[in-house]
Write a protein that binds this ligand. Structure first.
Ligand SMILES: NC(=O)c1ccc[n+]([C@@H]2O[C@H](COP(=O)([O-])OP(=O)(O)OC[C@H]3O[C@@H](n4cnc5c(N)ncnc54)[C@H](O)[C@@H]3O)[C@@H](O)[C@H]2O)c1
Length: 250
């Protein structure tokens, strides 16, 4: 059977582990070569890189801080030098912290916004020109349900993720008729290293609210990214898809 992403190249930021890692592996299993752009190195990314190789696909890990313009420009140049073109961009890299608003330092606001929103902007800004030239491309931005409903002690994170949803919609309006599809994913609570940073009280309360009475796994988010990366999503524009176990129903 033909794989859905045969011959494609995907960049996955934050793909060294967690949701991004599972997205990278799922895209590879559908035939895509993968460039992982992450702060973390190959020791952390090893299981993801091994799975990509196991799927018979090529991979490259580029140590990148997505909030840094020069590093993103370097990533874009390297990706095109090594792979010729980039068909799929998954903006997954993200960071979180919990602070009551009254204690939220300006520096922490800036840090979280820089990674979660400026990082998405920079990657879109510098990968898009080549996609527009080819009149083809898929951009998938990983937001969060907290960008839809807000999270207590997470004003900075929620604002960054709401920003990602807004950026997705506006960019989709601007470039869809030029052949580039832009959509977002807003996961619910997913068991990754990021979630491990939450307190036990938070986890117990959240669990009691979830219709399925369990947290999600990263491989329950990855199929949504594969769908958005493939031709199956040809009429999806500026949408935010929600693998969230029913925590948020819009
Ligand atoms: N886990 C959840 O419950 C959940 C829910 C909703 C949304 N999300 C979002 O999903 C995405 C992935 O999160 P995760 O849960 O897999 O967490 P994670 O911490 O396992 O993965 C985040 C990845 O992003 C990378 N990263 C962080 N800052 C970076 C930077 N400046 N430049 C490049 N890479 C950077 C990390 O090194 C890591 O590999 C994030 O955008 C997160 O906000 C997570």
């Amino acid at each position: 059977m033909t794989k859905r992403l045969e011959g494609k190249t995907a960049v996955v930021t934050g793909g060294a582990r967690g949701i991004g890692g599972h997205i990278a592996m799922a895209l590879a299993s559908e035939g895509a070569d993968i460039i992982i752009a992450d702060l973390l190195d190959a020791t952390v990314a090893e299981p993801v890189l091994a799975a990509i190789a196991g799927a018979g696909r090529r991979s490259l890990l580029v140590r990148t801080d997505v909030s840094d313009e020069e590093q993103v420009r370097h990533l874009v140049d390297l990706a095109h030098e090594e792979f010729g073109q980039v068909d799929i961009l998954v903006n997954d890299a993200g960071t979180v912290s919990q602070h009551s608003f009254i204690d939220l330092e300006v520096s922490e606001w800036d840090r979280v916004l820089a990674v979660n929103l400026r990082g998405v902007f920079l990657c879109c800004r510098f990968f898009l020109p080549q996609m527009l030239e080819r009149k083809s491309g898929k951009i998938i931005n990983v937001a969060s349900q907290l960008g839809q409903i807000g999270g207590i002690e997470m004003v900075h994170y929620s604002a960054s993720k709401a920003g990602v949803i807004g950026l997705t919609k506006a960019l989709a309006r601007e470039v869809s008729h030029l052949g580039v599809h832009v959509n977002a994913i807003a996961p619910g609570p997913i068991l990754t290293d990021m979630m491990a940073e939450e307190t036990e009280e938070w986890a117990a309360r959240k669990l009691s609210e979830l219709p399925m009475a369990r947290f999600g796994q990263p491989d329950e988010v990855a199929p949504t990214a594969v769908f958005l990366a493939s031709d199956d999503s040809s009429y999806y524009v500026g949408q935010t898809l929600c693998p969230n176990g029913g925590d948020v129903m819009l």
